[in-house]
Design a protein around this ligand. Structure first.
Ligand code: CNA
Length: 370
């Protein structure tokens, strides 16, 4: 490190001493860099074409290189929202928007559910959400369901921020991986909501498909009984959440196809962006659409192969990269990030008041139910 700094310094001194030589050296470096770059670009296109990875007739590279944000930070996003007339925003969320409500996520070290499944004696952590395993042994899932049931949990500030985007006429759609129904509790209308991994709100018998309500399933789950169908007396009633190996709801595919290409801004919150096909929704917005990640950690980043092949896959936070200029990572809790964003948009007090009002009314409701 020291050596490098010394060498850089001595090189700089040498060229400073002789401006003409410096100019010559620098243009030599630039032209060889330009040659390297165009060689790389040729190689990239050749490989991409050979591997049929991209349609070069519609190569988006040039468009992608234009920066759509003046500043690659929260202020740049705020300025963009304010300047864009009726900005169409899509929000995408994961378990991280609900952890402050007391519902653990999957993958956070130590607090995530995957670190607490030892007692269930599973072949691997995901088995608890695998259909094949559930059919053979539904007990671990229902034991866990008791912890996850939308009972007494209140939506977080992040949920109310999403509702506020809707109230301000800016929300094109909210896509959630969460099954906790907190978006509904927060008052987001069903037509603005896509529950990509289904929901606890309803359930179905796996044998005869008879439908069941949340309150019916909840009663059984809280009693510690596996919910059995009262129609056919045989099948287990499974909440309508999507297990690994199951298809996502039709609504997901249908709306994703038309929403993402219309979006002016994508906000991703509280997800590790590892579960597919949800994670790759981030690549379905236009190549100029800014993407803001609000999360404890950077996730969903472009891998080296995609970068080399010039594929529009993954988030690019490195501003030096040629495909940068539209992705912003704000690292911290979702609630802090949403409040900060609301403050900068001039809606901070309104959001605080909304959360307070709604929490008070949920407290009153739960007192009168007990
Ligand atoms: P995940 O894989 O557990 O990732 C959560 C991400 O959020 C991680 O990157 C965390 O660092 C981050 N995070 C956690 N808490 C916060 C916070 N307060 N502020 C900011 N960032 C935070 O969860 P995903 O949602 O990405 O994975 C998809 C799974 C999780 C879906 O199939 C869900 O059904 C499933 N899940 C849902 C819930 C729920 O409904 N609340 C709970 C647990 C798991």
């Amino acid at each position: 490190m020291d050596k490098g700094t010394k060498e850089e310094k001595s090189h700089a001194q040498h060229t400073d001493d002789n401006p003409d030589e410096k100019k010559q050296n620098s243009s030599k470096v630039e032209s060889s860099e330009a040659e390297d770059q165009s060689e790389m670009e040729r190689l990239r296109k050749y490989l991409a074409q050979k591997l049929r990875l991209i349609d070069l007739s519609n190569d988006q590279t040039d468009e992608s290189q234009q920066s759509t944000l003046r500043e690659l930070n929260l202020d740049g996003i705020v300025e963009y929202i304010k300047e864009k007339e009726s900005c169409k925003i899509i929000t995408m969320a994961g378990a991280g928007i609900s952890t402050s409500a007391g519902i653990p996520d999957f993958r956070s070290p130590s607090s995530g559910l995957y670190h607490k499944l030892d007692k269930y004696n599973l072949p691997h952590p995901q088995a608890i959400f695998e259909l094949d395993f559930f059919m053979k042994n539904p007990e671990p899932f229902f034991t866990l369901a008791r912890e996850l049931l939308p009972e007494g949990f209140k939506p977080t500030l992040s949920h109310y921020f999403i509702r506020m985007l809707w109230e301000k006429g800016l929300l094109l759609r909210h896509y959630t991986q969460n099954i906790d129904t907190l978006e509904r509790v927060a008052g987001l209308p069903p037509d603005k909501l896509v529950e990509a991994h289904g929901t606890f709100h309803t359930g179905r018998c796996l044998k005869c498909r008879a439908p069941y309500t949340l309150s019916w399933m909840k009663e059984k789950i809280i009693e510690g009984v596996i919910p059995k169908c009262e129609e056919c007396n045989e099948g287990v009633v499974k909440p309508d959440i999507v297990f690994f190996g199951e298809m996502l709801p039709d609504r997901f595919q249908m709306l994703a196809d038309r929403d993402f290409e219309q979006a002016d801004l994508l906000i991703i919150m509280g997800s590790s962006l590892v579960v597919q096909p949800f994670a790759s929704l981030i690549d379905r917005v236009r190549s100029t659409c800014p993407r803001l990640l609000i999360n404890n950690e950077k996730v969903g980043m472009q891998d080296r192969l995609s970068r080399f092949l010039g594929l529009r896959q993954g988030l690019v936070f490195d501003t030096k990269n040629t495909y940068g200029g539209r992705d912003v990572a704000w690292l911290g809790t979702c609630d802090t990030g949403c409040q900060l964003l609301a403050d900068k948009l001039g809606w901070g007090d309104e959001l605080r008041a909304l959360v307070q009002r709604e929490h008070e009314s949920l407290n009153t409701e739960s007192r009168s139910n007990n």
